[in-house]
Write a protein that binds this ligand. Structure first.
Ligand SMILES: NC(=O)c1ccc[n+]([C@@H]2O[C@H](COP(=O)([O-])OP(=O)(O)OC[C@H]3O[C@@H](n4cnc5c(N)ncnc54)[C@H](OP(=O)(O)O)[C@@H]3O)[C@@H](O)[C@H]2O)c1
Length: 325
């Protein structure tokens, strides 16, 4: 029987246990997929820990790539043998699964299962953050700020932003991570565990501040992020790697210069088939034109998913991580 990581209650990495699970045949509109690779994302930590409540026990993992091995009735556009990838649907930490086709996209030749599993969720996140969410605030040549530059989203973000003509300041926690961020498109890197981020950003931007901050770190960077913004700038708070931001009074945005705040999610930006296809097309185009290069920095067997979470949470990983079933 295929193996699957299940959790019976939210908590630490040790709650994730490998079980044999009967997968069954696909129903109407569904396919059965054999995973070639599964993506590791920080959101997997939030669902495992209970920060984002999720129905148990198939609660962890939202991204995978593999091959369709069976097709249910009334499926349109997908066939047995197609190589597909998806992100969104929970329960990805498994060898095989049955799921609907709403979130599936076909993986182009030349992109491996590992690459697709590594970048669907993070790459489409970068697409909507730069090309849709922040776009009205930006013009070519602008300087922007992104936290956790050497992370999975970070290394894709640096390359994508550079390709679009923006100059990006990144933050990281070590010289090794800073070097990696620079290699991936960041023009300046600040060590936010040592340096004063606001002072450095003001120095780089000659006192102006930045029009947009991309903050996936949350609690620890919230205050500095707001203080790095120009008047009427946009704060994009898109994650909580250091913990969730405490509730804030709206007046704080007025006091800091009529700022704008958004808390976006990939799900909302890829909710329709049209948006999902456009986002995936844009991502695969960035890869085929080599504007964005993917390197797999860590691989873990499915049975070692708990270790993958420990390493991600203790800031040991960089860039893209895949789990191999
Ligand atoms: N809203 C959305 O649509 C969306 C979609 C995808 C991802 N996200 C968010 O984007 C962020 C990045 O995701 P990712 O999967 O690519 O993760 P990641 O960046 O690979 O890992 C998180 C990074 O955050 C930094 N960090 C700062 N303080 C931390 C702390 N106290 N504990 C752990 N890490 C800390 C670490 O980098 P340093 O060591 O350099 O500080 C760490 O490597 C996450 O917050 C995620 O939830 C949001």
């Amino acid at each position: 029987m295929p193996k699957s990581i299940l959790i019976h209650e939210a908590g630490g990495p040790e709650k994730m246990q490998l079980h044999e699970v009967a997968v069954g045949d696909p129903g109407p509109g569904q396919v059965r997929i054999r995973h070639g690779a599964i993506g590791l994302n920080y959101i997997d930590v939030y669902t495992r820990s209970g920060l984002y409540p999720t129905p148990l026990p198939n609660a962890v993992g939202r991204e995978g790539a593999g091959t369709i091995v069976a097709v249910g009735p009334r499926v349109k556009g997908f066939r047995k043998g197609d190589r597909v990838a998806y992100c969104g649907s929970v329960g990805a930490y498994c060898e095989e699964r049955v799921m609907g086709t709403e979130q599936l996209v076909k993986v182009p030749a030349g992109v491996s299962d590992e690459q697709a599993a590594a970048i669907m969720l993070k790459g489409m996140t970068v697409e909507y953050l730069i090309d849709r969410c922040a776009k009205p605030w930006l013009k070519k040549g602008d300087t922007i700020l992104f936290h956790a530059a050497a992370g999975g989203v970070g290394l894709l973000f640096g390359q994508w932003a550079k390709a679009r003509g923006y100059k990006t300041i990144g933050t990281t926690s070590s010289p090794e991570k800073a070097a990696l961020a620079r290699k991936n498109g960041f023009k300046w890197v600040i060590d936010y565990t040592k340096d004063d981020v606001v002072a450095k950003v003001k120095e780089i931007t000659k006192g102006r501040g930045v029009p947009v901050v991309f903050d996936g770190v949350g609690k620890d960077t919230w205050e500095a992020s707001l203080n790095c913004l120009q008047s009427r700038g946009l704060m994009i708070s898109f994650g909580n790697a250091s913990g969730p931001v405490a509730p804030q009074p709206p007046a704080i945005l007025g006091a800091k210069g009529s700022l704008y705040l958004t808390r976006p999610s990939l799900a909302a930006y890829t909710a329709t088939r049209k948006d999902l296809d456009a986002s995936a097309r844009s991502l695969f185009k960035m890869i085929s034109t080599r504007k964005v290069r993917i390197s797999i920095d860590q691989r873990y067997p499915l049975a070692a998913a708990a270790q993958a979470h420990r390493d991600l949470e203790s800031r040991k990983t960089t860039g893209q991580t895949v789990i191999i079933p």
